[in-house]
Design a protein around this ligand. Structure first.
Ligand code: HEC
Ligand code: HEC
Ligand code: HEC
Ligand code: HEC
Ligand code: HEC
Length: 271
């Protein structure tokens, strides 16, 4: 291979090649771009009515307030107290309108019994019905809602024969009606996600021993385990229908654990 050819060969390898000139010219494409529209003037030539000029910024403020409301809703949903205005305090109907007032309060009620007498609440201890709530057993994880036969011990005889709500109960207990007994499917008001572990017993024990950490009050109940429930459930004895008072989100649990020397590692509360 002579020197010149070797040089060309190198050029080819390094890619510095002069492309041969095309033997024709590209034709000019017959496309005409549309003329760009004239730059916008202020809403064309129409003059805005004076009042509208004032209304537009107000509309903007409303939009801002609306976005703000949504943002604060999301933030409170995550961190804080539910906003009562948005209907958090209205709970749903239960299969039987069970009034905690009549059974658990110790105060004079806005309720007339079967004989037409204004009633003072029975002041029944919370653990009379929620009997495993302070038990340190496997069952103690659950606060327990009593079965219908338990209610029927009293309501076989107590309360008017025409009381519609009590008759749903008597029917379910097989006292009236033909279809025998059937359970009452109470709907849960408080429910933590499945990945969270909560046990009542250590909390009842701790709060009973450290009453200065009890929050709120339970309509007249001041002794025993029942005196501490208000810390997380509010004044249930004053509720016609139970509703959730405390957010019971992770922050609240962890804050209280930290402040009271309880464990805060993830496995304490998560499976
Ligand atoms: C210790 C007895 C006792 C037990 C146990 C008991 N109750 Fe009652 N309950 C009463 C009394 C007393 C009244 C008022 C009766 C009246 O109206 O004369 C009442 C009233 C009621 C009423 C009527 C409320 C209304 O608005 O008219 C319902 C409903 C009711 N109870 C449901 C239940 C359910 C459900 C249970 C079981 C979880 C239960 N009770 C357990 C004593 C009891
Ligand atoms: C006579 C029985 C009885 C007594 C006494 C009683 N409860 Fe209840 N409780 C019930 C029944 C039945 C339900 C389920 C229906 C409902 O949610 O209203 C319930 C529901 C609840 C719930 C909601 C459970 C959920 O679904 O999240 C809480 C919290 C509660 N009770 C707390 C208390 C406290 C606190 C006391 C004492 C001040 C108390 N209860 C006294 C029978 C009783
Ligand atoms: C430290 C806060 C705290 C205290 C104190 C507390 N609870 Fe609860 N309670 C909860 C939480 C959280 C749940 C929801 C548990 C779940 O979803 O697993 C709950 C659920 C319940 C339920 C629904 C059924 C169940 O077992 O999940 C009842 C009934 C109940 N509590 C009654 C009571 C009573 C009665 C007391 C007082 C003796 C009490 N609680 C004290 C936090 C508390
Ligand atoms: C009022 C303060 C308080 C609140 C609110 C609270 N805790 Fe506790 N918790 C405690 C204390 C104090 C203990 C330790 C009690 C003891 O000495 O055994 C404890 C113990 C526990 C235990 C048992 C730990 C163990 O290994 O023995 C679990 C599980 C638990 N809490 C979960 C929760 C969850 C979930 C929440 C929120 C829904 C919550 N706690 C809210 C104070 C609180
Ligand atoms: C004292 C109890 C407690 C401890 C300790 C705890 N958590 Fe939680 N955590 C909760 C509760 C209660 C919820 C459920 C809140 C709710 O209702 O959405 C939760 C929810 C969560 C969620 C789900 C959030 C969601 O959007 O549902 C994650 C992820 C989580 N925890 C991670 C952790 C990690 C990581 C740790 C350890 C650093 C930890 N947690 C320690 C109580 C606890």
């Amino acid at each position: 291979m002579d020197l010149e050819n070797k040089h060309k060969d190198n050029e080819a390898k390094s890619g510095i090649f002069n492309l041969p000139k095309l033997p024709f010219n590209f034709p000019k494409l017959p496309i005409k771009l549309p003329k760009p529209p004239p730059p916008p003037t202020h809403l064309g030539d129409v003059e805005l009515p004076k009042t509208l000029m004032y209304l537009l910024p107000i509309g903007g403020l409303f939009t801002l307030a609306f976005v703000g409301a949504i943002a604060s809703f999301i933030i409170t949903a995550w961190w804080g107290q539910p906003i009562p205005v948005l209907g958090f305090e209205q709970t749903f109907d239960q299969p039987i309108n069970f009034p905690h007032t009549v059974h658990a309060s110790t105060k004079q009620l806005d309720y007339k019994d079967a004989d037409g007498n204004v009633m003072v609440g029975l002041g029944t201890d919370c653990t009379f019905c929620h009997r495993t709530v302070n038990k340190n057993t496997a069952a103690g994880a659950n606060a327990y809602i009593p079965p219908v036969n338990f209610c029927a011990n009293c309501h076989g005889v107590i309360g008017s024969e025409d009381n519609v709500q009590l008759n749903i109960l008597r029917d379910a207990a097989g006292i009236i009606g033909e279809d025998g007994t059937s359970p009452i499917n109470w709907r849960r008001v408080h429910r933590l996600p499945d990945h969270v572990r909560f046990v009542h017993e250590p909390h009842i024990r701790y709060l009973s021993a450290n009453p200065e950490h009890i929050k709120g009050e339970t309509d007249g109940v001041t002794t025993g385990p029942s005196a501490v429930c208000s810390t997380c459930h509010g004044n249930v004895a004053s509720m016609e229908k139970v509703y959730q008072v405390e957010p019971l989100k992770m922050r609240q649990c962890v804050d209280c654990h930290r402040d009271n020397g309880a464990p805060t590692d993830c496995a304490t509360c998560h499976h």
